[in-house]
Design a protein around this ligand. Sequence first.
Ligand SMILES: [Zn+2]
Length: 305
Amino acid sequence: MILKQRKESSELLLQRVLSWRLKSFSAKDHRRLFKMEKGFAGEQAFDNWAVQLPKDWLQIQDLWLQKDDSPFQIDSLVISPTFLFLFEVKNYEGDYEYKDQRFYSLNSSEVKNPLNQLERNESLLRQWFQLHNIKHPQITSFIIFINPNFYLFLPRPKSPTFVFPNQLNRFLEKLTQQTGSINQSHKNIASQLLSSQLSESPFFKQPTFKEREYKNGLYCKYCFSFNLSPLGRMTKCRNCFKTEKLHQSISRSIEDYQTLFPNSFITTNKIYDWCNIPTINKRSIGRILTTNYKRIGQTKGAYYI
Ligand SMILES: [Zn+2]
């Protein structure tokens, strides 16, 4: 049973919008976004695998907790009759080597050792349970390497904590070899975890860029070019020649505005300037806003939520 479903983090949603809106979005920023997208895709792939776990087991995807001043994030937590499983998912691709407790990617240098992160999470979770006086099944943690194009050169003996893509079927068999069933005490643990979770990463910060640092206007949803020409109720991209309904294109720009300026009221004037389409008047923008949002106030100071 999935008690909490994974969704894109606010940080990922923001970085996506910044990638096409921010004039100074650098190659380094693109690499960072790519890494985030890859991590998220890996976690989703793991979620797809985890649907095979017994239906009554309790799954919590992407859990943020805090113990004293230390926030920690668990990619996936599963409560089974006998164990509480922690899964740390890595979407690494290519060849890596694990040597002397360190991780190296074969074409570059040392990377963060995911075991350290896992051990920290496990320790903080144990302390968190202790602090709240919660009895729990034995905690068992795994690092799941989900990408089929990942290979790790390992010294013997192999760490039982690592699970590789070609082991996932056997791993599932091993995990589910337990008797007993989920009872009320398991459900209580899950509900205490969920009621204590942070709503999102405490490290997330709203952007502080000024409006002039962003590209305004409409953009193509296929190639992200801002080089569009309005054609009646449609827009046509001059770069990839694809078309889109104008009101859909405007709606996406309004969503971008909300992501970038979450504390700013949406008004017809602001969106008119933000969309910057010479062939469209303010009344049409107002109509789109009225259709999709709730209008507060009737006068010139009206805004939308
Ligand atoms: Zn295009």
